[in-house]
Design a protein around this ligand. Structure first.
Ligand code: PHE
Length: 334
């Protein structure tokens, strides 16, 4: 028995040394150490030996097992890496740095606006992108016959559930939960099934503002807008309001800022000297009624501005589609 073990050990050593591929080594491992392999067979035979021979035979079989396993591992380490590669790896070459992303240009502008708003005492509130008609329209005094309520002008999910077409529903949700005074800004994505072109996309970002108190006036609105854009673009920026109409504000206005990028007309302001920024106005008493505020006691202002448009003006981007194509060549410039 002992002679036999020696012979097997010797033969295994030779075969392992001669093996020339990891696959050949795997086959040898099965042949010797497998469940029905040579070592297992020796174990079985040992059981039949006279008692006094068993300990030594057992010990030698174990040695054989360990030695064979170790030889297989060692040979595998040598064969595992093809010789040519093993030599060509230069461990001193610096690694490839993983690409670190940057903030999206729209988010950069949005975060800057949020930081400025917070400095002006406005709290940041998040609404929800899926809304009901009540929050998107009714409570905002938008009548049933208003074109934006038409299914073709809005993304309806079912019945009266839709993707919000503006961030103004956050005004309602906030007022329903709180009592005045309040000062909030609500950033977020809104959806409109516009035909996509250089200045329209079916999804874009707005920043909504709302201030309600006992003596909030139009002068406060203009001051806040002025401070907001001065902080963003510098002291020289002016804000102007143009009369307009929104069902949820009275009076309503659209507001422009003087072009911060030129003195005498450039591509960003299209030589007009002013850039359109969004809509605003004094909260309509009907809106206060819808949320249970006393319109005799409270006044307030609201504004909504297009964040993408501001980011585009800031960076001289002329096509909104670039913002959402996820093209790393475009995004990595910011
Ligand atoms: N919600 C309006 C829009 O999306 C903008 C707006 C907000 C106007 C607040 C007035 C007050 O066009």
């Amino acid at each position: 028995m002992l002679d036999r073990i020696d012979k097997i050990a010797e033969e295994a050593g030779r075969k392992i040394a001669e093996a020339d591929s990891p696959a050949a080594l795997d086959a040898l491992r099965v042949e010797y150490l497998g469940r029905k392999g040579i070592v297992a067979d020796l174990m079985k035979r040992m059981v039949a030996l006279p008692a006094e021979q068993k300990p030594e035979a057992g010990q030698r079989i174990n040695q054989l097992k360990q030695q064979t396993s170790k030889r297989l591992d060692e040979r595998k380490a040598v064969l595992g890496v093809p010789a040519a590669d093993a030599e060509s790896i230069d461990y001193t070459v610096p690694g490839t740095r993983p690409r670190v992303g940057t903030e999206h240009p729209v988010n950069q502008t949005l975060n800057e606006l949020l930081r400025i708003s917070a400095n002006l005492g406005f709290e940041i509130v998040r609404g929800q992108e899926v809304e009901t008609e009540r929050y998107n329209f009714e409570a905002l005094n938008i009548p049933l016959e208003h074109p934006s309520r038409d299914a073709f002008d809005t993304f309806y999910l079912h019945d009266d559930v839709l993707l919000r077409s503006h961030t103004s529903p956050v005004q309602i949700r906030t007022m329903e939960e709180r009592t005045p005074p309040l000062r909030i800004v609500a950033p977020g994505v809104v959806y409109r099934p516009d035909t996509v072109d250089a200045s329209h996309f079916y999804m874009f970002n707005q920043l909504e503002g709302l201030m309600v108190g006992e003596d909030v006036t139009l002068a406060d609105l203009k001051t806040v807008l002025h401070l907001l854009f001065q902080s963003l673009y510098g002291e020289r920026v002016h804000v102007r309001l143009r009369p307009s109409f929104f069902p949820f504000t009275e009076p309503s206005a659209e507001f422009d800022i003087s072009c911060p990028f030129c003195d005498s007309g450039c591509a960003v302001c299209k030589k007009k000297g002013w850039i359109e920024m969004g809509g605003c106005g004094m909260v309509d008493p009907k809106v206060f009624e819808a949320v249970g505020y006393d319109p005799e006691r409270y006044t307030g202002f609201a504004f909504g501005l297009g964040v993408d448009r501001i980011a585009m003006a800031q960076h001289g981007i002329h096509d909104i589609r670039l913002m959402y194509e996820n093209d790393i060549r475009f995004l990595s410039q910011f």
